[in-house]
Every structure is written in structure tokens, then in C-alpha cells.
Design a protein around this ligand. Structure first.
Ligand code: MN
Length: 259
């Protein structure tokens, strides 16, 4: 392993066998030494969950490729703290099979990989392929390579990572990229209730096609317009505007509490 080249950790939530993971590892290989640590099966919508109640096993499935029986976040944690020979200069997650835009990012295991890296103080981005049909990773891989080179050169602000969504299709159909803000999804009919063969109800979350608030400048508007969306996201969820208002709420003081 070349110890002078930047070390790049690649993970995902679609599992170690996902074609998008291979596409990402391959497009980043010219920039440094790529090590893959990924879940042994699909863990989409795992969010930022970690495994606390059973041991984790990592298996080398190829040179520089590790499979872990845990969540996407587990993979980044194990990669950074155990499996990699030194601290990575960059963590990249994807290329996810499906978009991670708007409110959906809170469920995303792909985005959670970047969140976890950010908590470790390592620059990170997540990249996802949005849209139906057979996946064409070429545009996403090309953009990920250019973005990774810039991040390695410039770094990112503390507590900030980048979220990339690329419209699926041949690269010639992609109209360029736009820097965007997080959009908003409209949730409709997202839980289906049916009965099992024994007459007991069961519920199925999701399934309907997502609809989005139409608002210019958002990730979803860019992607639906044929552009790659590049969104800087922050881990500080604090709503600074509401802090002042909350201080005026008549919530009493410590002397009022039961004792
Ligand atoms: Mn996924």
C-alpha cells in the first residue's frame, strides 16, 4: 500500500456486492488508495443506526475490500477505528441505487456513512443515482471523481459534508450540476394495511412514488431538471432562530419543579 497517497474509505448501504459501490471505488482509485468497508447485505434505510447488542464480524472479500455484518454506520466506524492502516483523508458513500434527496436523507444509510465520517472529523460525501430504469453510473462516477479531488485539495468545514444526487441516464443527458439546498418531500399513502392469510392485519411502509414540493433551488428540482445536485449539509440541527422565541415561553423556573 502506497503510504503517501491519500487513503480513501468507500462504503454504502446497498451492500458489498452492489454495482454502484464498485463504480465509486473504481472512479476514486486514481486519486489514492481506496479501501472498501461495506455491509454484507442491503441495509438501505438503516439511517444512522449502530449495532450495540451483538458482535460484528468483518471478512476480507477481495484485496482492500471488507464485508461487515452490520449497518452502514458500523462499517465507517470499523473502517476508521480498526480496519484501515491509518486515518482516511476522505470517506465516500454510494453510489446509491436511488436518490437521497430532501427529507429522505434522514432515513438514508448512504448519507449516514458521510454523517459518521463527519463526526470523526473526516471530510465526506454521499452520492446517489436518482431515477428509474437500469442504472447508468457513468455520470455519477465522473462527477464523484472530480468532487473527491476538490475535497482532498480543499477540505470541508467542520460538521459539514456534501450530498450528491445524479439523474439516472446516459451522461450526455446530464445538463451539468447545481449547488442546491435540501428539498421537501410530500408524504402520501405511505402505509398500506392488509390482512395476512390468518386474518391478522399487517402494515407495509412505503411503496408509493415520492412527490416533492416544487421549489426552485432544491436538490429534487435540480435532479428533475436533468442536473446533478450538490448540497452542503450540516450536522448542527440547532434552529438558532427559534432559540430566542423558546426563551420567552412561560415554562417556569427551577423553583417550580416538584421535589
Ligand atoms: Mn441504498
Amino acid at each position: 500500500m502506497d503510504s503517501s497517497a491519500p487513503l480513501i474509505l468507500v462504503s454504502n448501504d446497498d451492500g458489498v456486492g452492489a454495482p454502484g459501490l464498485r463504480a465509486l471505488a473504481e472512479c476514486l482509485a486514481p486519486l489514492g488508495t481506496v479501501v472498501v468497508v461495506a455491509p454484507d447485505r442491503e441495509r438501505s434505510a438503516a439511517g444512522h443506526s449502530i449495532t450495540l447488542n451483538h458482535p460484528l464480524r468483518a471478512h476480507a472479500v477481495a484485496d482492500g475490500w471488507h464485508s461487515v455484518d452490520g449497518t452502514p454506520t458500523d462499517c465507517v466506524t470499523l473502517g476508521v477505528m480498526q480496519l484501515l492502516p491509518r486515518r482516511p483523508a476522505l470517506v465516500a458513500a454510494g453510489i446509491n441505487h436511488g436518490g437521497n434527496m430532501g427529507d429522505d436523507i434522514t432515513y438514508s444509510g448512504t448519507v449516514a456513512c458521510a454523517v459518521e465520517a463527519t463526526l470523526h472529523g473526516i471530510p465526506a460525501f454521499a452520492v446517489s443515482l436518482a431515477g428509474e430504469g437500469a442504472p447508468d453510473f457513468r455520470a455519477a462516477a465522473s462527477f464523484a471523481g472530480r468532487l473527491a479531488a476538490e475535497i482532498l485539495r480543499r477540505g470541508l468545514p467542520a460538521y459539514t459534508f456534501l450530498n450528491v444526487n445524479v439523474p439516472n441516464g446516459p451522461p450526455e443527458n446530464v445538463r451539468g450540476h447545481q449547488v442546491t439546498r435540501q428539498g421537501r418531500r410530500t408524504y402520501v399513502d405511505t402505509v398500506t394495511r392488509k390482512e395476512d392469510p390468518r386474518g391478522r392485519p399487517y402494515y407495509w411502509i412505503g411503496g408509493s412514488a415520492p412527490t416533492w414540493e416544487r421549489s426552485s433551488g432544491t436538490d429534487s428540482e435540480a435532479v428533475f431538471g436533468g442536473f446533478i445536485s450538490l448540497t452542503p449539509l450540516r450536522l448542527d440541527f440547532t434552529d438558532h432562530g427559534t432559540m430566542e422565541d423558546l426563551r420567552t415561553w412561560p415554562l417556569g423556573n427551577h423553583a417550580d419543579l416538584p421535589r
